[in-house]
Design a binder for this molecule. Structure first.
Ligand code: IVH
Length: 675
């Protein structure tokens, strides 16, 4: 792009261009981060951004704190300032019981003699409540909720979050001052990445995304906040200097026009039945959302009627939160065992007295690593709080103090591998068994992986069977599987002639795998099914992959240095070479044709859904995809094949664009599944 040389510009020219750039950049920010509909390329955006920085550097007197160039970069503060809110930030009366929702609706109906009363339903975001003030459409400051009356000044930290606009859009109907309230939260996926990083560095992980958000937003240095995957939803006007809105639904629509992000799951309804349906639907979708929610908020829509109902001490009478069943419960640790994974990583696992956590019975929970057990000071016999933080793997959150109770000894990681007695190596905060496949549990996991549906798909070779085969020392590596006779299989518990013959046949039939599946099945470190497909597509034969050096491998954008090194090392290893040659002796024939004619167009494809579909619920769509051989994931990555975009899509659409993943609408999805 041609820009005038800054050296030839006078201050007036510079001021005009700076102003145009700031407005333009914020508009494109809004299109990208709020609307998910970018109009210009990232390169073009970067050009505009650099030009603005260049002008601000040349004309420092024209610099301004609300410039988009200052989203990051401010110096750390020495202490967060206190800020008085424009209005009290009320909290919500929260209930778990359906009957109390009936009481709430009755109360509203009794006090408002109207035939039809509108309610707005919103997710209850599990984040941090903030007040943000815009003056003449410009971001002026932002504060935490604090005690509701006074909060802490987190203006600079909030500015690093791109979905919080620095300038409002469509400003014709704009009040001179508006204070809005919203919730800032961290995306679940980003939270796990953050905790993984912290655990690897030996730092204390955050207990949940809300704690991570609260912790980071109150940091004194905005650089610690910048780049973290925060998002925001706005849901209330605290003060407005201008025309007031008539209803909450109108407010939300106006917010969206101004570029204040509202939630795609917000709905409006008119009866208790609708509220109950809305609650069940949201509860069903809860785990598919990219962020944590812990209930449904029900708000009277009409703002004038709200005034009629008024407020209690700290919460309004016109709204209520219907909480989801808790995902945390108390249990007791019966034992701490150390589990050995496929890669040899040793993980301490708490065996718990079984407890129902949000509808799922939990009897085991990961303790991550030794540091974590010590930090939480967890010992056998302790009473603990157990959580399922929107995920599958349960965790021990903390110990519950029991005064006067005699406690067991402190937990220590064993000196030798508990499974095979080999030496243990330490890598950062983690311990690894150094024995590789001669360590039984590693071999069991390796066999299970080799036989899994995405790998060689050997039906009947379950974890239990693999465990028995290894325990009875029938195999030492995956090549030995092909030497197992029906007679040997008959010795396994639960096997009869029919099942033994079937497993034998399944093993023999698995000897003609596709190249990508075979590569994945080998269990090369860092080679997941996606990388395996990339390798198969680009190298076409196993020989070509074996011959490739790190540079050859790294030519493909999906393969970074870590993966390339792992592949090269795998094929260089003598033991692996032996296993490979024994597999071929056993009759392994790899189908090296890469462009395959899939039986179903969905076979092995990974789908992510965003927004709601007309024809199916999320669970139905998931079942359909899975029944056709595809998979459904809750988050977008470069492994994703399709993002199906329904009504009012969320940030996954933006993620799809970021990763260059194909997006399809509901009609295309329907024709794909009916093919
Ligand atoms: S409305 C007067 N709406 O829940 C209305 N709150 O005590 C007050 N929250 O501190 C809040 N999602 O941080 C509202 N959609 C939502 C919300 C929400 C989460 C939080 C808020 C508040 C707490 C309730």
């Amino acid at each position: 792009m041609d820009f005038k040389d800054t050296g030839e510009m006078n201050a007036e020219e510079a001021r005009a261009e700076i102003e145009a750039l700031r407005e333009g950049i914020e508009y494109h920010n809004y299109l990208y981060y709020v609307k998910n509909q970018p109009l210009i390329s990232d390169t073009r955006y970067d050009e505009l951004f650099r030009r603005l920085q260049q002008l601000e550097d040349t004309f420092p007197e024209l610099d301004s704190p609300d410039s988009p160039s200052h989203r990051i970069g401010a110096e750390p503060a020495s202490k967060l300032k206190k800020i008085d809110h424009k209005a009290l930030l009320l909290s919500l009366n929260a209930v778990l019981d359906e009957r109390e929702i009936g009481d709430f609706v009755n109360f509203v109906q009794r006090n408002i003699a109207r035939e039809e009363i509108a309610f707005v339903l919103e997710p209850k975001f599990d984040g941090i409540s903030v007040e943000i003030v815009y003056e003449n459409g410009r971001y002026t400051y932002g504060a935490t909720r604090g005690d509701g009356q006074t909060g802490e000044d987190i203006t600079r930290n909030l500015k690093t979050i791109h979905s919080i606009p620095l300038r409002l859009q469509n400003t014709t109907s704009l009040p001179s001052v508006i204070a809005v309230r919203g919730e800032v939260f961290m995306i679940k996926k980003g939270f796990h990445e953050l905790n993984k990083e912290r655990l690897e560095k030996g730092e204390e992980p955050f207990a949940n995304p809300r704690n991570a958000t609260a912790g980071l937003l109150r940091q004194l240095d905005p650089k610690l906040v910048a780049g973290r995957p925060f998002d925001v939803r706005f849901y209330d006007v605290l003060a407005i200097n201008g025309e007031k809105m008539a209803s909450h639904w109108e407010t939300l629509k106006q917010f969206a026009k101004w570029g204040l992000k509202t939630d795609p799951y917000n709905t409006r309804c008119f009866s208790l039945e609708d509220i109950k349906r809305g609650y069940r639907k949201l509860l069903d979708q809860r785990d598919d959302l990219e962020y944590e929610i812990d209930g449904l908020v029900i708000k009277l829509d009409d703002l004038e009627l709200r005034e009629k109902l008024g407020e209690r001490q700290r919460s309004p009478r016109w709204a209520i939160a219907w909480k989801f069943p808790p995902k945390q419960e108390i249990s007791r640790i019966e034992d701490i065992v150390v589990q050995v994974g496929r890669t040899g990583k040793l993980t301490p696992v708490a065996l718990l007295q079984p407890v129902d956590v949000g509808g799922v019975t939990i009897s085991r929970a990961t303790l991550h690593n030794e540091n974590e057990v010590h930090r939480k000071d967890i010992r056998v016999g302790d009473k603990v709080r157990v959580a399922r933080a929107g995920d599958v793997i349960p965790e021990v959150v903390e110990r519950v103090e029991e005064l006067g109770r005699k406690r067991e000894e402190k937990f220590n990681m064993p000196k030798l591998c508990p499974a095979c007695g080999s030496e243990i190596a330490r890598e950062g905060a983690y311990h690894f068994c150094s024995a590789g496949l001669s360590c039984p549990p590693q071999l069991v996991e390796h066999i299970v992986h080799f036989a899994s549906r995405e790998a060689l798909n050997i039906a009947g070779l379950s974890e239990k069977t693999a465990q028995q085969i290894v325990d009875k020392r029938m195999v030492k590596n995956i090549a030995d599987l092909y030497q197992l006779s029906i007679d040997e299989l008959l010795q396994l518990k639960g096997f009869a002639l029919k099942s033994a013959t079937q497993l034998h046949e399944a093993l023999q039939a698995s000897r003609k795998p596709r190249l990508d599946r075979f590569l994945y099945a080998l269990g090369i470190r860092h080679v997941g099914d996606h990388t395996a497909r990339v390798l198969a597509r680009n190298f076409a034969s196993l020989d070509a992959i074996k011959k490739a050096n790190r540079d050859d491998l790294q030519k493909f954008p999906e393969i970074g240095p870590k993966i390339a090194l792992s592949i090269v090392e795998f094929f260089q290893e003598e033991e692996n070479q032996k296993v490979l040659s024994r597999l071929f002796d056993a009759g392994m024939e790899i189908e090296e044709t890469v462009e395959r004619k899939a039986e179903s167009p969905l076979e092995d494809k990974i789908f992510v859904f965003t927004g709601s579909l007309d024809k199916y619920t999320r669970s139905q769509a998931k079942l359909i995809v899975e029944s056709l051989g595809g998979r459904v994931s809750s988050s977008v990555s470069s492994n994703t094949d399709f993002v199906v975009v329904g009504k009012e899509p969320g940030s996954k659409l933006e993620e799809a664009r970021k990763h260059g993943v194909q997006t399809i609408d509901e009609t295309t999805f329907n024709s794909l599944i009916s093919q």
